[in-house]
Ligand binder design. Structure first.
Ligand code: PHE
Length: 349
């Protein structure tokens, strides 16, 4: 048999074998057997050297034709098998389009955010708008402008996280309370000498031991009203209205005198215990009352630092924690749960 005949024989054989390849695995085996590095057709090309010189080009050309024809046939067969296999997979139910979808779990707002929004709503009814101030604050806003100079013992009330700043530059800190926002809000509004009524929510930071009752990060909501002729009675009325709307109708508040450098007079506001309603229990330590806010009339020096003449303007301010009231309202025993990101806790609200 001549080499030419042998080539044609291999060609015929390959075509027939391809016809009978039914699945991908068989197809791959076919390719290796004929067109692979040691395949029958490939071996034919190597035999060209055995031919007399003048026959070589003709043989070479034929080998190339055969190779190309088989490559094309292989590609067509591969596509056909792929289609057939996909159809088979669909028909045999490997992809069951009637299966119900996987449930999409939907998140919801964090308990703190929900509590804050309830509180915004209550103050919005009383004409307070939300005013945002930064977490990283200048020392001057957090302390000095609030009438707390460097040497003042009241600085001990707030253990501070300081932010490193180059020597000689104004010192930065993580705000220890939301009160610095009072200065920011006043400076913005006093430009046009307008009255203002704002609530300032935000996270505060104190360098403190973490326990079930205190975190080194927590939310506060500051309130500030500045106008002409605002009195302590307005503050008390506002606090009472808040207590009724947030803790429940008929709730009483009481006001005790206190001290803050930025308010004068200063008070602490209590509301009847949410658990026992005033009878006395473990939560209120048998007093019947729970503290809800520090507050007072804005100190004249602070009004002045905010750009308002204390001879003409007056105002009240209050600051309340957010987690503690929410702990009482939702019966949460540990403040650390608010920062733990444990879904078992968060999903309950
Ligand atoms: N900033 C005070 C605190 O963190 C609370 C407060 C705010 C008191 C406004 C009076 C007026 O304890």
């Amino acid at each position: 048999m001549t080499l030419f005949d042998a080539l044609e024989q291999v060609y015929n054989e390959a075509q027939a074998a391809l016809e009978s390849a039914m699945v991908s695995a068989e197809l791959e085996a076919w390719y290796a057997a004929y067109l692979g590095r040691k395949g029958a057709v490939t071996l034919q090309t190597r035999a060209v050297g055995q031919l007399p010189k003048e026959e070589r080009p003709v043989f070479g050309q034929r080998v190339n034709e055969v190779k190309q024809a088989l490559e094309d046939a292989y590609a067509a067969r591969a596509e056909a098998i792929k289609q057939a296999e996909m159809l088979h997979a669909l028909e045999s139910g490997a992809i069951d389009i009637t299966l119900p979808g996987r449930p999409v779990t939907q998140g919801h707002l964090h308990l703190t955010t929900r509590t804050l929004r309830q509180i915004y709503d209550i103050f919005a009814m009383m004409g307070f708008e939300v005013f945002e101030a930064p977490d990283v604050e200048l020392e001057a806003y957090n302390f000095d402008l609030l009438n707390i100079p460097d040497y003042h013992p009241a600085r001990d009330m707030w253990d501070t996280f300081w932010v490193q700043t180059p020597p000689g530059e104004p010192r930065l800190l993580l705000r220890t309370h939301t009160s610095p926002g009072q200065i920011r809000a006043m400076r913005e509004r006093s430009v046009n000498q307008e009255p203002l009524r704002v609530v300032l929510p935000g996270k505060c930071y104190r360098y403190e031991q973490i326990t079930a009752r205190s975190e080194h990060q927590f939310y506060q909501l500051e309130g500030l009203a500045v106008g002409r002729g605002i009195t302590l009675t307005d503050l008390i009325g506002t606090m009472h209205q808040f207590a009724e709307l947030f803790y429940g109708a008929g709730r009483k508040i009481r006001v005790r005198s206190s001290y803050f450098p930025f308010t004068e007079p200063s008070v602490e506001v209590d509301t009847q215990c949410i658990l026992c309603g005033g009878k006395g229990c473990g939560v209120c330590k048998y007093t019947g009352w729970l503290e809800i806010a520090g507050a007072g009339m804005v100190h004249p020096v602070v009004l002045q630092n905010g750009g308002y003449d204390p001879a003409e303007w007056s105002g009240f301010a209050f600051g309340m924690g957010i987690e503690r009231p929410s702990m009482m309202k939702y019966d949460v025993s540990d403040i650390r749960l608010y920062y733990g990101n444990d879904l078992r806790f968060l999903r309950q609200f």
